[in-house]
Design a binder for this molecule. Structure first.
Ligand code: NAD
Length: 365
């Protein structure tokens, strides 16, 4: 029996999270679901979109699956999702990008994994607004120290990249690659320009990579060149490890390579703690319509099964997803050639088709 915190989220969250939960239960693996609130519903009851009791449940159970959460305006949260990752120290964001037959995408045979550092970089949100007295003071000091011109009306964002966090994420990516049968890790940076921050990330990747000699190929590449290579020859990549901001951008680029947000799963992982969630957000305009694609959330569930060591169940669920996608009949509107195809099914019906398929499909296809 696995005790898992279940956070339905808001917007389309509850629909896709429940679809995933039904599929996970149908694998036959035994779960005890500890259901907790976050997002808009939680504001009414707890006066915050991220209640402490929800965080505590994840800390206790060490594992959660969550639907997307809207970041409400005016609650003091830059993003509820970022706050959750920070509070639980989920330092690694893992996003596998794999093409499935039946999903329209510009590419075939893409099978790569993005490992994104989650805690620092420009994404840490250390910002200073234009014109504020403190910003002006900062600009004065920065100009003195760097001998570089900075416009007096500039806003400033800080980009911390540490040796310790870089080493932690690169080691994580290498271990993840080894445990998932991968052969190569590519560290992404812009060290030719940002010599100290990205340079540190690159140097750390080279140093840590040497420890994996003979077990993994380690390389590093510039982020701009990588963007071009990804859209020319995505099959050249295996596991990519990136600082936070490049990771954010390239994971959406790679979601595009495999057919979009509807099919892109993810996980945020810390030391012995993990939260599984789709890459997409809460798409409020589709909330409650039983319309959106549950695949990203269901594949996040497949990742959770693997994390729990339930590899057979993971393969059966993944195989059933692949079969339903390949057949292309019982799929949501976004997976049909025409978006208003009347034969498209709802979120719930697609999950049911996958559950039915699991009875006959045994292995990954
Ligand atoms: P979004 O991902 O919610 O939606 C963008 C568009 O993508 C939708 O309008 C829809 O056309 C499409 N889409 C998304 N998921 C889909 C699915 N499962 N099936 C079919 N189509 C789908 O992005 P957004 O509109 O920028 O963000 C809405 C809210 O979600 C914001 O408040 C944002 O902060 C939040 N958000 C949350 C998470 C998370 O919980 N991890 C991630 C991203 C955004």
């Amino acid at each position: 029996m696995h005790k898992v915190t279940f956070i339905p989220g808001d917007g389309i969250g509850p629909e896709v999270a429940w679809a995933a939960r039904r599929c996970l239960d149908a694998t036959g693996v035994s779960f005890h679901w500890d259901e907790r609130m976050a997002g808009e519903g939680a504001i009414k009851e707890f006066k915050t979109p991220l209640p402490e009791e929800t965080l505590q449940s994840v800390r206790d159970n060490r594992i959660a699956i969550k639907g997307p959460i809207t970041t409400p305006i005016g609650t003091g949260f830059r993003s509820v999702n970022v706050a959750l990752r920070k509070q639980l120290n989920l330092f690694a964001c893992v996003r596998p990008c794999r093409t499935y037959a039946g999903v329209r995408s510009p590419f075939q045979n893409v099978d790569l994994i993005i490992v994104r550092e989650n805690t620092e970089d420009l994404y840490a949100g250390i910002e200073f607004a234009t014109g504020e007295p403190y910003t002006q003071q900062l600009i004065k000091e920065l100009k003195e120290h760097s001998k570089q011109p900075i416009a007096a009306d500039a806003a400033i964002s800080i980009k911390p990249i540490s040796k310790s966090a870089s080493e932690r994420i690169i080691r994580f990516a290498c271990e993840y690659a080894l445990s998932h049968g991968r052969k190569k890790v590519t560290a992404i940076h812009k060290a030719n320009i940002m010599k100290f921050t990205d340079g540190l990330f690159m140097e750390t990747a080279r140093r840590v990579g040497r420890e994996y000699d003979g077990r993994l190929a380690m390389e590093d590449r510039l982020v701009d060149a990588t963007c071009m290579q990804l859209v020319l020859k995505p099959q050249d990549f295996d596991v990519l490890v990136l600082p936070n901001l490049y990771g954010d951008i390239l994971s959406d680029l790679c979601a595009g390579l495999i057919g979009g947000l509807g099919v892109a799963p993810g996980a945020n992982i810390g030391d012995g703690i993990a939260v599984f969630e789709a890459v997409h957000g809460s798409a409020p305009k589709y909330a409650g319509l039983n319309k959106v694609n549950p695949i990203a959330m269901i594949l996040s569930g497949v990742m959770m099964l693997d994390y729990l060591g339930e590899h057979d169940a993971a393969q059966r669920l993944d195989g059933a997803v692949a079969a339903v996608l390949r057949e292309g009949r019982q799929v949501t509107y976004d997976l049909k050639p025409e978006r208003n195809d009347p034969s498209a099914v709802g979120t719930k019906e697609m999950a049911e088709a996958i559950i039915e398929k699991m009875k006959t499909v045994k292995v990954r296809v």
